[in-house]
Design a protein around this ligand. Structure first.
Ligand code: F0G
Length: 454
């Protein structure tokens, strides 16, 4: 059969509150054109993030009831630990309430003034946790990964020559080497198994621990299976195990490929480092057998980890993004290619050539998409990255709009609706105007700033 169906039936539904275009024009004015300030009830299709917004399965809800809320030694923890270790063979598995909590603990131990930490591309919370302690975060993704139209199959790969030069230059100031799979900030692009193993080898040669940010490990493994020589006949589980077997630790947000609404973990092989991490965990998150989570959350993750590696699910998951991209491509809308694992990215700078970066073409697309179809997306460009620490403003490297796809949540008709809304947008693209920011906070302005249409 050619049609790739959603490989699930729907057992519980959440009604969508429909709004009219006139209502949405009013809502936009009321929130000063900042989509973060909208009430989710006023959104028809919410593509703000794929984090914690997926649908849990019947077995996950059953696992929730099995959850044991004991403060110490809960069987929920044992099930969680076994499920993680089945895929990622680390010695020490330390639960946290989110991915960024795992990062905060790790970099409170490894970071600090004078330290330098490389990755393909650090996610913004990772960078934030590194920089908060005074260390510097550097991105060493391959050049192909920075070109939205380049069709390289593994655009998330680390530039290995740059990594070696970096480790030679920075020597002992590098406490670890990181790698984000898939590379969210670089368009959800995958990293090949060959590249993961090569990074591990280089880190080892320099005596540095290798830590993987594994948030979207299953999507990454599916791309490896599809695109990497010699991997096509292997199971997703085997590929996942190989990805992590060569690492010394990982950080994880279970809100992505943990199929859960909350949760995360830090895993390490180094017993001394793990002991320090557990002490920090007790101080900031909770006892080591629950971290910042309820026992039921640990059980939901344990079950989720058995479902996320299902190939029928992953095929549907990745196909959804390709399907939307094919629709946008047919409309002549520039998108980041090939399709990433968790999101579709529109290249707003290439599309709205008349709106300069400092008038925020990504924001113009995001606002218009909400007005036309009630679809909430996210600007990832000059609004998010343009303001500099010295107060000046410069264009970001790219002006993208991210349509992040929640897991198991929307169907093909929702995808068709998204493409139709873009069709309407494309027909009126010459009428779009840029924005100016009329009010902004000192840090992370995109969450709360106010915009005015120009
Ligand atoms: N690492 C990556 C690659 C991420 O994408 C995220 C979160 C985190 C770490 C932090 O995890 O949210 O559980 O604290 N990304 C979300 C997003 C927020 O929308 O891309 P968290």
């Amino acid at each position: 059969m050619k049609t790739i169906i959603e490989p699930f039936r729907i057992k519980a539904v959440e009604p969508i509150h429909m709004t009219t275009r006139e209502e949405r024009i009013e809502k936009l004015k009321a929130v000063n054109y900042n989509l973060f300030a909208l009430k989710s009830r006023d959104v028809i299709i919410d593509l703000l993030t794929d984090s914690g917004t997926g649908a849990m399965s019947a077995e996950q809800w059953a696992a929730i009831m099995r959850g044991d809320e004991s403060y110490a030694g809960s069987p929920s923890f044992s099930r969680f630990e076994a499920a993680v270790r089945n895929l990622m063979p680390f010695e020490h598995i330390i639960p946290t309430h989110q991915g960024r909590a795992a990062e905060a603990i790790l970099f409170s131990l490894l970071g600090g003034v004078g330290k330098n930490i490389p990755s393909n591309t650090h996610f913004d919370t990772t960078r934030g946790n590194i920089e908060a302690g005074g260390a510097l975060a550097h991105d060493l993704v391959i050049e192909e990964g920075k070109d939205p139209t380049n069709l390289h199959p593994f655009k998330g790969n680390m530039n290995l020559e740059k990594l070696e030069a970096y480790l030679t230059e920075h020597g002992d100031s590098v406490p670890c080497v990181m790698l984000t799979i898939t590379n969210n900030a670089g368009g959800g692009q995958p990293v090949s198994l060959e590249n993961i193993q090569a990074v591990a080898k280089i880190a080892k040669a320099f005596g540095r621990p290798f830590i993987i940010d594994g948030c979207r490990f299953a999507e990454n493994a599916y791309f490896i299976k599809q695109r990497e020589d010699g991997q096509g006949d292997r199971s997703i589980v085997d590929i996942v195990r190989d990805c992590f077997a060569c690492a010394d630790g990982m950080t994880m947000s279970a809100k992505k490929d943990g199929f859960a609404n909350i949760g995360g973990w830090l895993a390490l092989n180094d017993g001394d480092l793990a002991e320090l991490a557990r002490a920090k965990l007790i101080q900031t998150e909770g006892f080591p057998t629950y971290g910042g989570l309820a026992g039921r959350d640990l059980d939901a993750i344990a079950q989720g980890l058995t479902e996320i590696v299902d190939e029928d699910y992953l095929r549907y998951r990745i196909r959804t993004n390709e399907y939307i991209i094919e629709g946008l491509d047919a409309l002549g809308i520039p998108v980041v290619k090939p399709a990433g694992g968790h999101a579709v990215f529109i290249d707003a700078r290439a599309w709205l050539k008349d709106i300069p970066p400092l008038e925020y073409p990504g924001q113009a697309v995001a606002v218009a998409l909400y007005e036309i179809g009630g679809i909430r997306s996210c600007e990832i460009g000059t609004v998010m990255f343009g303001r500099q620490p010295d107060g000046s403003e410069i264009p970001a490297a790219m002006d993208l709009v991210r349509l992040a796809i929640p897991r198991r949540t929307y169907t093909q008709s929702h995808a068709d609706y998204i493409v139709e809304a873009f069709g309407e947008l494309a027909a009126n693209v010459d009428n779009l105007r840029g924005y100016r920011i009329s009010k902004e906070p000192k840090l992370m302005r995109h969450f709360t700033c106010a915009f005015e249409p120009l």
